[in-house]
Write a protein that binds this ligand. Structure first.
Ligand code: SF4
Length: 440
């Protein structure tokens, strides 16, 4: 049976124009990696920035199954460089899988390395503990809990509502563990605030603003579960919008404001914009009609796919098409038992969706599917999607973007191999560096 090394080298050979860094990064994101105990963090009291569990678990095992990594968290991200493939600097989000053929551990000289099938393939850099994580709010809560940063410090991730009102098998998206992740952290006794009070968010941001002296943080994302009724008396646009309003009043223009929310009717979208949000992510999740209906039963029931897409187009009139960036979960197209069974079919379908939006000036982006074990699709597809699918997606994404005269979307930091900081897929590592949008 071919090894994982054989697989990545075969794909590097077949797709020489896709950066080698992206091949390894996609494989790590879809299948996870293991950490030696010596490479784990000392949580919030050490020198390495720990994994914050900013919204989903993004792990291949539940917390109780992670062993030492449940007690001493892994780092939020790692950065890969050098090795036999000559990797340029590549930031990768950490998704733990104790059974992965990838393992982070020191080599015989004590240098931290990424091993694949027992061979060192890259040096590993760890994110330093940011100064702002060393301070707490007046009530004792940590900045990591209230306002964690990801993407090597570029993005402040504000999951204001830690659960989703699409609840249970008939409503939750079939690849999403937001509700389980909330339950497992509560059960483990970790601080994990269900609804983040606005004043706590402001206090945490003030600490970041004060101690982020290099101004690495450039953007914030407001997000959380979907709100189908109300939270604290507010419907979705006003619930998430009030945070932006408070942030923009207190720190006008300090960060680019983004929101990941449902595709809402135009009047609600206008309210997001009025509250000060500048980038809107109404995620369409998966393009294929049958798969959307099966995988996103709550969204299908409450809104419906056609209406969801119509609202995405409407929102471009409010935000401008460049600033509407809907996400899809790359890989679920191939999840058994309902997904496409060939890479060709999956790529054709995904490309159709990309062309639909990009021909209208809207640039979708994607995160690489992590098959978390407590989700229906993760249970039936613990290996995730074939690596070839992820590599060909990078190729087709860039081709359709260029055919439509578009460049990398705003709010993601720099593009290009060796430059990108976006850590949960390698689309930014694959786009040309010169195409980076201004203000990144
Ligand atoms: S809408 Fe779907 S993907 Fe989003 S939080 Fe709810 S269940 Fe998860």
């Amino acid at each position: 049976m071919p090894s994982r090394t054989d697989l990545i080298e075969e794909l590097m050979g077949r797709f020489p124009h896709v950066p080698r860094e992206a091949v390894i990064k996609e494989d790590l994101l879809r299948g996870g990696l293991a950490f030696d105990e010596s490479a784990l963090t000392d949580n919030e009291s050490g020198d390495v920035k720990p994994k914050s569990y900013f919204i989903f678990s993004f792990d291949h095992r539940t917390l109780p199954e992670l062993g030492a990594a449940a007690l001493r968290r892994p780092p939020e991200e790692i950065v890969l460089t050098g090795g036999p493939y000559g990797l340029r600097r590549t930031v990768v989000s950490v998704r733990i899988n104790p059974d992965s053929p990838y393992r982070v551990r020191p080599d015989d000289d004590g240098r931290l390395m990424l091993f694949l099938d027992g061979r060192a393939i890259s040096e590993v850099g760890l994110p330093p503990m940011p100064d702002y994580y060393r301070h707490t709010l007046a009530n004792g809560k940590s900045v990591m809990e209230v306002a964690p940063t990801i993407q090597w410090g570029y993005l402040i991730y504000l999951t204001a509502f830690r659960v989703c009102q699409y609840f249970g098998a008939k409503e939750e998206c079939q690849y999403c563990d937001i509700n389980h992740n909330w339950r497992q952290h509560k059960k483990a006794g970790r601080p994990y605030t269900g609804v983040k009070p606005v004043d706590e968010v402001l206090e945490a941001l003030a600490i970041i603003d004060k101690y982020d002296t290099t101004r690495a943080s450039q953007a914030y994302t407001l997000t959380g579960g979907s709100i189908t009724s109300k939270v604290e008396g507010l419907a979705e646009a006003d619930f998430y919008g009030r945070y932006a309003q408070a942030i923009e009043e207190r720190f006008p223009g300090r960060w680019i404001g983004k929101v990941v929310a449902q595709a809402l009717p135009r009047a609600d979208v206008q309210r997001f914009h009025d509250y000060g949000i500048r980038i809107y992510h109404p995620n369409y999740e998966v393009w294929d009609k049958r798969l959307f209906e099966l995988y996103c039963p709550g969204k299908e029931r409450y809104v419906g796919r056609e209406e969801w897409h119509r609202r995405i187009l409407d929102s471009a009139e409010v935000f401008g098409p460049r600033n509407v960036i809907p996400n899809f979960v790359a890989g679920v197209e191939m999840a058994a038992p309902h997904g496409f069974t060939t890479v060709d079919e999956a790529i054709d379908s995904t490309a159709e969706g990309l062309q639909y939006f990009m021909s209208r000036g809207i640039t979708p982006r994607f995160t690489t599917w992590c098959p978390e074990p407590t989700t229906p699709l993760g249970r039936t597809n613990p290996q995730g999607a074939p690596l070839e699918y992820h590599i060909r997606l990078l190729e087709i994404y860039r081709a359709i973007m260029e055919a439509n005269g578009l460049s990398s979307p705003p709010g993601y930091g720099p593009a290009g191999p060796g430059q990108a900081v976006f850590s949960v897929s390698s689309f930014m590592d694959t786009l040309p560096a010169e195409a980076a949008a201004p203000r990144n």
